[in-house]
Design a protein around this ligand. Structure first.
Ligand SMILES: Cc1cc2nc3c(=O)[nH]c(=O)nc-3n(C[C@H](O)[C@H](O)[C@H](O)COP(=O)(O)OP(=O)(O)OC[C@H]3O[C@@H](n4cnc5c(N)ncnc54)[C@H](O)[C@@H]3O)c2cc1C
Ligand code: FES
Length: 252
């Protein structure tokens, strides 16, 4: 974990209120694993005070860059969207524990299930899995066609199934309606809590869930992000014990 002043390489609008942010930070790019996140000081003069957690969506170790995708939902992300190319962004990271992939055998088939801004860390994961010779299918859910992003990017690595709530693109309904686990050894999911709850309870196999809780410190000190678990400790800190957990461990 490092505190770094990263330089903004670019910011682009890729869907309704969703920005792709690329920063140059070779040390962070070297250390990052799929499923980890960055804790970003979104404003320039310490405002807003609290950092905002954003997942790592991609890295380029040769270029020394990291890419994030985030949606503008409140003050912090609105300030971030106003930051310009070449400006410096103070980042703490990479934080948290990534998706475990070492136990998956080459040639196995896994599925990725993402909802909205839960999708970005799955893109990094898809690239890592395919590089290891693991077959991936992605099930991506959005509200409507104008919210869809990175579908073409995922198609370069996996077969992609899209669902939109209003039916304006792909299947009409929730992504959990279309998921098939036939021939699949495990799943990795990230998205809104109602989606993760369905994934945990509907799917007949065990997998991994990446949780998004409100955060303060991001490093395990303030207890802002605790979630209940089935473990002996009875709770876990999403920032430092997660954000990825085995599906059977978390209570949803
Ligand atoms: C591990 C992790 C990874 C994330 N990855 C992404 C990502 O890749 N792309 C993306 O768009 N969003 C992601 N989020 C959600 C993102 O952190 C929030 O949308 C963002 O913090 C909202 O900040 P705001 O100031 O714009 O909103 P406000 O609502 O004004 O924020 C107020 C406070 O609430 C917290 N907060 C609000 N909503 C959330 C939320 N859903 N999760 C956690 N904290 C919240 C903020 O950190 C802040 O402290 C992630 C969250 C976590 C925990
Ligand atoms: S955000 Fe402070 S303990 Fe997790």
């Amino acid at each position: 974990m490092k505190l770094t002043d990263a330089s903004i390489v670019h910011q682009t609008l890729v869907a309704q209120e969703v920005y792709e942010l690329k920063v140059s930070a070779p040390d962070l790019a070297d250390a990052a694993e799929a499923g980890q996140f960055l804790h970003i000081q979104t404003g320039q003069f310490g405002q807003p005070l609290l950092r905002r957690p954003i997942s790592i969506a991609d890295i380029d170790r040769v270029e020394g860059t990291l890419t994030c995708l985030y949606k503008v939902v409140g003050k912090g992300t609105a300030v971030l969207a106003g930051r310009q190319e070449n400006e410096s962004l103070n980042i703490l990271g990479p934080l948290g524990n990534g998706f475990p992939i070492n136990q998956i055998e080459r040639g196995s088939h896994v599925i990725l299930i993402g909802g909205g801004v839960g999708i970005p860390p799955l893109y990094f994961l898809a690239k890592e899995l395919v590089e290891k010779g693991i077959q991936c299918s992605a099930y991506l859910g959005f509200r409507s066609a104008e919210d869809v992003f990175y579908d073409k990017e995922f198609e370069e690595f996996c077969d992609v199934h899209i669902a939109t709530e209003d039916g304006s693109y792909g299947h009409k309904g929730y992504v959990t309606d279309i998921v098939s686990t036939e021939g699949v050894v495990t799943y990795y999911a990230c998205g809104p809590k109602p989606m993760l709850t369905k994934v945990k309870h509907q799917l007949p196999i065990q997998g991994f869930l990446s949780l998004e809780e409100r955060m303060g410190c991001g490093v395990g000190a303030c207890l802002a992000c605790v979630c209940p678990t089935n473990t002996e400790q009875q709770y876990a800190k999403v920032c430092s014990d997660g954000p990825v957990f085995p599906s059977k461990e978390v209570i949803l």
